[in-house]
Design a protein around this ligand. Structure first.
Ligand SMILES: [Zn+2]
Length: 294
């Protein structure tokens, strides 16, 4: 057994898992150990991660996923959902405190790595994952390598602008894709009605709810088409809370995707797949990181 620990730092909770890297297949039921802690203020984050590392027990490696802009050295430059998270040296401090190399990467990159290795993206050569949660996370795995960019900031697909005069995004700019195609965006398109409620009404056949979901699916499809135009992937994996409504949303997204795709008749369409690793994707991806990090 090769035991690898991964901790996924979220806006509200940190999820830690231990998996066995010698297994060919790791799903949510194959997690050896797991634990959860509330996410503290950024000034206490490293202390909390040191505690979690010791609670996860003896392992061969440990790595961490955090949201926001993470440098190649593992420094959290900024994270909108974690108060106080400006220039927190998560990777270097953990490496010093734990006495072993601790890799740190963006949570969207790690969810993509996990889905590529064990989930819906298995076998893909050029895979994107978009996580449609409260905001939008993105990750790109090309020929088995997570694409991190020059600074570590690649894959921030949620902040590509789709309407420069649109509503304000959490990043301060206007009309980012995330404003429309995230869980928050669905709430906005539904005039404040919670997304779960709209989806429930659409499942019952309510025409107004279906209209809202059509508009939402169109926005989702526009972003997926933009990814396709830039990157020509063979697979796009869709995860996050929104993917739990895949039964009603995916048929609409697939239809709008063909509508919005450049030259749809002349190309092989990427396979749009629903994520398989659920809320554990980020933590499983963190556990995989040392094996794939350069
Ligand atoms: Zn934005």
């Amino acid at each position: 057994m090769t035991l690898a620990a991964g901790i996924d730092v979220g806006g509200t909770k940190c999820l830690g898992v231990v998996i066995d890297l010698d297994r060919d297949n790791v799903g949510e039921r194959d997690i050896v150990r797991q634990l959860r802690h509330p996410t503290p203020h950024a000034s206490e984050l490293v202390d909390a991660l040191v505690d979690m590392a010791s609670e996860l027990g003896e392992v061969d490696s440990i790595a961490v996923g955090v949201p926001g802009l993470i440098t190649l050295e593992g420094v959290m430059r900024a994270s909108p959902n974690i108060p106080g998270s400006v220039d927190v040296a998560v990777g270097p401090e953990l490496t010093a405190r734990l006495g072993r190399r601790v890799h740190v990467d963006n949570d969207g990159n790690l969810a993509a790595l996990a889905e590529w290795r064990y989930g819906a993206g298995r076998g893909a050569r050029n895979m994107w994952m978009v996580t449609l949660g409260t905001g939008i996370g993105g990750g790109h795995v090309l020929n088995g390598v997570v694409q991190r960019g020059v600074n570590g900031f690649a894959g921030e697909i949620g902040h590509t602008v789709v309407n420069p005069d649109g509503p304000r995004c959490t990043c301060g700019r206007k009309g980012c894709w995330e404003v429309y195609a995230s869980g928050r965006g669905l709430g906005m398109l539904a005039s404040g009605e919670p997304g779960e409620s709209v989806i429930h009404r659409a499942r019952e056949g309510d025409a107004d709810a279906i209209t809202v979901l059509e508009a939402f699916s169109r926005w989702v499809a526009i972003g997926l088409s933009n990814i396709t135009n830039v990157s020509d992937p063979d697979v796009i994996v869709i995860g996050g809370g929104v993917s739990e409504a895949a039964d009603v949303l995916m048929p609409m997204v697939r239809r709008w995707f063909v509508e919005t795709l450049y030259s749809p008749e002349q190309r092989t369409h990427p396979d749009l797949r629903v994520a398989q690793l659920g809320e554990h994707a980020g933590a499983i991806g963190a556990a995989l990181l040392p094996m794939f990090a350069s």
